[in-house]
Write a protein that binds this ligand. Sequence first.
Ligand SMILES: NC(=O)c1ccc[n+]([C@@H]2O[C@H](COP(=O)([O-])OP(=O)(O)OC[C@H]3O[C@@H](n4cnc5c(N)ncnc54)[C@H](O)[C@@H]3O)[C@@H](O)[C@H]2O)c1
Length: 449
Amino acid sequence: MSTSFAINQPFEVLEAVKLPDPKTSVVAVLGLGYVGLPLMVGFADDARTIGFDIDESKIEALLNGEDSTEMTTGEDLAKKNMEFSCDVKDLHDADVMMVCVPTPVMQGNKPDYRPVLAASRTIGANMKRGCVVVYESTVDPGTTENKCIPILEEVSGMREGIDFYVGYSPERVSPGEHARRVGDISKIVSGSTPQVTDYLAELYSRVVKAGLFKAASIKVAEAAKILENTQRDVNIALINEMMQLFDAMDIKVTDVVAAAGSKWNFHKYFPGLVGGHCISVDPFYLLNAGRGHGLAMDMVASARTVNERTAHFVSDKLHEMLDPEAHNLQGKRVLVLGRAFKDNCPDIRNSKAFAVMDSLWTRGADVFSYDPIADDGQFEGGRGAKVITSLEEEGPYDAVVVTAKHDCFVEEIDLFKIAAVVGRGSPIVDLRGLFDEEIAKLQFNYWTP
Ligand SMILES: NC(=O)c1ccc[n+]([C@@H]2O[C@H](COP(=O)([O-])OP(=O)(O)OC[C@H]3O[C@@H](n4cnc5c(N)ncnc54)[C@H](O)[C@@H]3O)[C@@H](O)[C@H]2O)c1
């Protein structure tokens, strides 16, 4: 058998464009929310930084030094290298484009890739040759390579690895935990080639002082982030389920966790409502990916179900304590402390406090919602709850539910204040342990997990 080679056939040698200098790279951040804005502030210490968002009112607020996420300060926003814009032309100068847009779910909990794909189109149409595009939004493995790169190539007419580069670096900030800022949290970086990974490690070291982990590939980095959040969902679901069983057996789950935690390899988790933009959403991306591979992902699916049901357990608990004989809570006035999805965070998106309030309202209760830090700009419902701005505004109440332990609640609301608006012996369901149990039990029909 003979093999012939077309030795005279001309072929094009494509020379890959040089990566920019990580120390001076001009960074553009697309999506200026909880993730994008603090990142942008970090990069602005060293070089020009462009913040781009499609929400004009957000850009206007940021130009006025206002950040509704409370992730940054007026001083941060006034740094000299910070530029805010809704004009795509301002992206033309960027050496790096970082995608920090939402990755929510649609009806039926199907992943909604539209914002990430739209941002990819914007970048494709506006990036210069040599640009490095980094995705920070949480996605299931394969999204960057199979969905985003083809759009970047198609819209730009350029080739990844030759004319531009791509990486993935998941964000790990936890809004509300002010002691752990973006620079204090170790970061995973990954690139389409080892050189891109090295470039990203140097680039991010401008901001992240807690160390950088070079993932084996973009898919590994995508998978690592979604595993982190799913692991948390599963662990909290286990404790939420235990809370329900142990409560029926008259055992406090937190006492059980304290006892079990005396063993070196027991991991302590506490019950709570799992809402928000990440932990209650990301596992659905994995479930969708599992379906694509014929896998039911039973554990991930069960965790989601248990955590979604926990709001009903809270409502059931109050119903049982308030009036076990009644079929409904008609006319009962319930004060709910906390609208935000977690402690010390203004974000109310997908907050399960609304699921608790909905459930109480459906049973006929009049629900009054107090949360001075909640950012109601993105109010998404909560059918029957009336928002109040002081505890006294609608008192007296028949019962209290605590869904968040904000620092401002700890500082401002004590049992004397509660006693002024809630009668002695009334039920309090304190999911977050806001009050001192021993003292609360002297005055109220108090339950905490
Ligand atoms: N919030 C968190 O705690 C957290 C933590 C880690 C990772 N993440 C992930 O980071 C991503 C962003 O989350 P977030 O909480 O910052 O979202 P966010 O909703 O607070 O901010 C997203 C911003 O993107 C803007 N946007 C939407 N489409 C755009 C587009 N095509 N071009 C430019 N801007 C666009 C929106 O107007 C908004 O201002 C998500 O994938 C999320 O899962 C979030």
